[in-house]
Design a protein around this ligand. Structure first.
Ligand code: ADP
Ligand code: MG
Length: 682
């Protein structure tokens, strides 16, 4: 009897109710889901020559037992078994931890196969894998799956064997013949065998090539479909702004625009005017001056009789934007209002109703802007700041509030250009790649944690000169509570240290929003000299008089985040400093600190971060709205990503794509996104 892919795993021989439940915790219900669960790496069990094996490398060898094993008990359940092995003509030691019972199976003269870490200096292998007899019969490569400790690897492999034996021949091919041929990709059934039971490294490589390409092709098909719809069917509004008024506004700004700001303003204006719907990403490193660009674009929409909205991820930032934009725009007759979760009762009602009849030109706020009862009269342009903090869904809701407003996402997350264009394939990208004139590079120093004393004295010098400082406390992953505790502690210490000389303030996520406002206002007015904070100040706040930042335990942050934090200083004309206190334990950690000290360029840092951490971590899984891939990595598989993009775009134009059964699996992806339906009827 053969089974179908959609049958539950429990219909397989040897997989009972308990096993079924275990698999369920891994998200596996059907046979198909089981065979499509890919290992995250493969273990290499090929026999190696010890004389060519580097120190600390894992190695598999065959050896003959040469001594009576000795066992040392080091605790209740702890033991250390040691035995001598002859490997070729090498006499080495093998050490087994907590496996004293193997003593009886290690008799002199007996041949064994072991795998473990090679200690070259001590000529010793720390054994992790043991098999009696020569290696024959043991696989050269074994997949290692992410099983979350639910079951053992061999058990899982056994089930995989059963499943593959049942369905391998029935696996319908999901890629069209022509693609398999062009790229010399293995067929799906062969691919699964090669992934789960490889016999050579090349098997793994070929199988991976296919899986990666297929994943990326699905992803790019979705992107291509979205883009096509937007370009062909996406009717937007044409915003005919008043150029004279815009010029006057720019003239009255307290500074001249940078060349990059002018270029981006022109890009935005051209798109506002065109009847195509704007869907654009504006990238600019911290401090590059995105806010004023947003203000100009919003004012443009307002001069054409539309309303504008600006949404920020935190209350603090939203308020600051409201203040800044009001100070620039109100003199030009623009009515600005602020709306956040803490705007309540009568005040809120009034804003909502004035917005609806069009008395408010510009609404600035937090997520509160997209609550169901907030309706605009004539929304023309929506801008979100630090867009990666917004979910895809929220963006859609906001977009749906107007007829079809233009949308601009601003971000300081410096996504490398090449990647941005491909990944945000359905968006256009503008880049602010120039800092306002007169900015000095922030001086960044990496110091060991025992240098706190001198650092504080240096900070004090800045405070004495009338400047202000940020002190960022270590981030404790997944624990708000500990974050806060930490900040409170540091706040206590610094308050004592600076007692009678300088005012220390405290900011963290647990404060009430009005408390936060108060602290932030006091800091920006200069009543607070030194602000102790968690990462809540990370995004966007602007206090140009702050010239010193101390970051505790800096290794806990990623490069991109450190750069964001550092961007809170260096926003005025004075020289600014950033001190990273860190005792990194790993080489990678050291490299990160050195990189931070060396470069101020967010884009370079982003490339480095990607290199060190991979794309999944970089974008942050939840925030990005990017799909998760089983095998593909947006950085390492960049070439395949680009190939897939070109293929996807061509494919949508093929008649066969819409008709042939070969394309059924790929077509399903496009259809599931729902975007092409209307268009095909035309
Ligand atoms: P970000 O891009 O990080 O959001 P902001 O828009 O907050 O940066 O700008 C940072 C600081 O630079 C602000 O104080 C802003 O007023 C100032 N700024 C912006 N553009 C210019 C310019 N062209 N010349 C001088 N200062 C500018
Ligand atoms: Mg900003």
């Amino acid at each position: 009897m053969t089974q179908s892919l959609n049958d539950p795993v429990t219909s397989l021989k040897g997989i009972g109710k308990t096993a079924g439940e275990q698999l369920e915790t891994l998200g596996i219900h059907t046979i198909e889901e089981l065979v499509m669960m890919f290992p995250y790496r493969h273990e290499d069990f090929r026999l190696k020559d010890l004389s060519e094996t580097p120190h600390e490398e894992r190695v598999t060898i065959e050896g003959r037992v040469e001594s009576i094993p000795s066992v040392l008990f080091t605790g209740k359940k702890r033991s250390r078994l040691q035995v001598q092995l002859l490997v070729g003509n090498h006499l080495i030691k093998a050490v087994f931890f907590n496996q004293h019972y193997l003593k009886d199976r290690l008799n002199p003269g007996q041949v064994v196969t072991i795998t473990g870490k090679w200690d070259r200096g001590r000529q010793l292998i720390n054994v992790s894998n043991f098999k009696e007899g020569p290696k024959i019969g043991q696989a050269d490569f074994e997949p290692v799956y992410s099983l979350k400790g639910v079951m053992k690897q061999p058990t899982f492999r056994r089930w995989m064997r059963t499943a593959l034996d049942e369905v391998a021949d029935e696996m319908p091919e999901t890629l069209p013949e022509q693609l398999l041929e062009t790229y010399k990709l293995p067929r799906l059934s062969a691919t699964l065998e090669m992934v789960h039971f490889p016999s050579s490294p090349d098997d793994v490589k070929q199988a991976r090539r296919r899986v990666v390409y297929e994943e990326l092709l699905h992803f790019q098909l979705k992107m291509a479909a979205l883009k096509k719809v937007r370009k062909e069917a996406g009717k937007g509004i044409s915003i005919t702004y008043d150029l004279e008024k815009l010029k006057q506004f720019i003239e009255k700004l307290p500074f001249d625009l940078t060349g990059a700001q002018k270029r981006v303003v022109n890009e935005l204006c051209a798109e506002l005017k065109s009847p195509l719907r704007m869907n654009r990403l504006l990238q600019g490193d911290v401090g590059s001056g995105k806010t004023v660009v947003a203000a100009i674009a919003l004012y443009a929409a307002i001069t054409a009789g539309y309303q504008g909205a600006l949404m920020a991820p935190t209350e603090i930032l939203a308020e600051q934007h409201a203040e800044t934009l009001a100070s620039w725009l109100e003199p030009f007759g623009v009515t600005v209002a602020f709306l956040s979760g803490s705007t309540k009762g009568k005040a809120r009602k009034e804003i909502v109703s004035r917005l609806e009849i069009g008395e408010i030109d510009l609404l600035i706020g937090t997520h509160a802007l997209i609550q169901p009862d907030v309706n605009f009269h004539r929304l023309g342009l929506v801008i979100t700041d630090e867009q990666h903090r917004f979910g895809v869904e929220q963006r859609r809701v906001l977009r749906d509030k107007g007829e079809s407003p233009d949308v601009l996402f601003m971000t300081a997350t410096p996504i490398p250009r090449t990647l941005a264009i491909t990944v945000f394939g359905e968006m256009d990208v503008s880049i602010l790649d120039e800092m306002p004139a007169g900015r000095k590079e922030i001086e960044t120093h990496w110091l060991k944690e025992d240098s706190l004393g001198p650092v504080l004295r240096r900070m004090e010098k800045e405070l004495q000169a009338g400047r202000q400082a940020y002190v960022i406390c270590p981030l404790i992953e997944e624990s708000d509570t500990l974050d806060v505790q930490n900040a409170v502690e540091v706040f206590g210490q610094l308050s004592t240290y600076f007692a009678g000389r300088f005012t220390v303030g405290l900011m963290h996520g647990r404060l009430h929003s009005d408390e936060k406002d108060e602290v932030m206002r006091a800091f920006s007015e200069g009543t607070i000299d030194c602000l102790v904070s968690t990462t809540v100040v990370e995004v966007g706040v602007n206090v140009p008089n702050a010239t010193f930042m101390l970051i505790y335990d800096a290794t806990r942050f990623g490069l991109a985040q450190l750069h964001q934090l550092r961007g809170r200083v260096g926003r005025g004309a004075d020289q600014s400093y950033c001190v990273l206190l860190a005792d990194p334990k790993t080489e990678e950690g050291k490299e990160r600190m050195l990189t931070m000290a060396e470069t101020n360029d967010g884009f370079l840092l982003a490339e480095k971060d990607l290199e060190l951490r991979g794309s999944g971590d970089f974008f942050g899984k939840k925030q990005s709205g990017l799909p998760e891939f089983k095998m593909a990595d947006l950085i390492h598989d960049y070439r395949a990503l680009e190939t897939a993009r070109q293929d996807a775009e061509k494919m949508l134009e093929l008649d066969s794509f819409w008709n042939d059964s070969e394309y059924a699996s790929l077509r399903a992806t496009v259809e599931a996104s729902g975007v092409l339906k209307n268009e095909r009827i035309d």
